[in-house]
Design a protein around this ligand. Structure first.
Ligand SMILES: Nc1ncnc2c1ncn2[C@@H]1O[C@H](COP(=O)(O)OP(=O)(O)OP(=O)(O)O)[C@@H](O)[C@H]1O
Length: 310
């Protein structure tokens, strides 16, 4: 895959604050959805700000589309879109004017057909003549996305796109983001909703206290660090794990009534292993009355990583 953004040794020390970014190296590939995960204050917004020209780095380099941002700033920035956390637009502006204006900021000609297409794709066309202040919180979020798309960026940053929105709108936003990727846009989003990264990202980066702790394919990460626990409630208590099941990592509870399996791997592997174990129990004539399984999620992995480093 072609790198579209190459960040190297990026450091930001705020004068009156902490080291918000500490020598971050990160490459974003063309066409991917990359989720940057981290707790509050981890440095996510600072990282986006450095790429989008809102934060002046203390050190390091950023190359976008092969251009050094420090030198070819304007040309590189023209191909980058940013959906910020908060709206800085004049609330009295009409939706379509706000989006047109954003396009104009990048020196592009007016293009009413393009604005219509963006507004339609975000279900905002009906609201095109409404002043932004009259829109619901969810609609305002969509306006932020429309404004970021107005100059047809190739690389789009979304800073906490679904913070504080209801579940329905969140799912809708995920669909929208999926559609943008399908249309060829590379997407970097920050989130502290792990479910969001789990649902959408191709790759995940975990940042904490300004340091990038890990960058990995989501599937590989979940397969490498994932785990599964399966507990069998036994029909009859047993005194020890039978020899026939010695090959499985099993533990018997103190009351001898529950047999628990703890294994590692991704969802598919884990399901296969539990299915084999069930067959082995049946062959060994061990009856159980209930089976309870827990598959670790990206959330468990994230908590493990961030807690172990702090
Ligand atoms: N303008 C600033 N001046 C001083 N310190 C700052 C400034 N902006 C951010 N910080 C600090 O830098 C650190 C990183 O902040 P940043 O906003 O990048 O984190 P974040 O991961 O985006 O957090 P959140 O999820 O809460 O938005 C925090 O400790 C924050 O307090």
């Amino acid at each position: 895959m072609q790198p579209i953004l190459e960040i190297s040794g990026l450091t930001k020390r705020y004068a009156q604050g902490p080291t918000a970014l500490d020598a971050v190296d990160l490459t974003i590939n063309q066409g991917e959805i990359f989720a940057l995960l981290g707790p509050n204050g981890a440095g996510k917004t600072t990282l986006i700000g450095a790429v989008c020209g809102l934060v002046r780095p203390s050190g390091g380099t950023i190359r976008a589309f092969g251009m050094d941002l420090a030198k070819d700033w304007r040309a590189a920035r023209a191909r980058i879109g940013l959906v910020p956390q908060e709206m800085a637009t004049d609330m009295f502006t009409k939706v379509s004017d706000a989006v047109s204006y954003s396009r104009g900021l990048f020196g592009l000609k007016r293009d009413p057909a393009r604005i219509e297409s963006i507004l339609t794709s975000l279900s905002l066309w009906d609201k095109r003549d409404s002043q932004i202040r009259h829109l619901s919180g969810g609609m305002k979020r969509r306006v932020l996305i429309a404004k970021a798309l107005a100059h047809d960026p190739d690389l789009l940053f979304l800073d906490e796109p679904t913070a504080g929105v209801d579940v329905e709108l969140r799912r809708d936003m995920w669909r929208q983001i999926g559609a943008m990727r399908a249309a060829g846009t590379t997407i970097v989003l920050t989130t502290h909703y792990i479910e969001e990264a789990e649902e959408m990202a191709d790759r995940v980066g975990i940042i904490d206290k300004g340091k990038l702790l890990l960058v990995e394919e989501k599937r590989a990460l979940m397969a490498r660090m994932g785990s599964i626990e399966a507990s069998f409630a036994l029909a009859a208590p047993m005194t020890a794990v039978p020899q026939a099941l010695a090959a499985y990592p099993l533990a018997l509870s103190e009351d001898s009534k529950t047999l628990t399996y703890r294994g590692h791997g991704g969802a598919d592997e884990a399901r296969g292993e539990v299915a084999r174990l069930v067959a082995a129990l049946v062959r060994a004539d061990i009856a159980f009355t209930a089976l309870d399984t827990h598959q670790s999620s990206l959330e468990d992995i994230f908590v493990d990583l961030v807690e172990n480093k702090s």
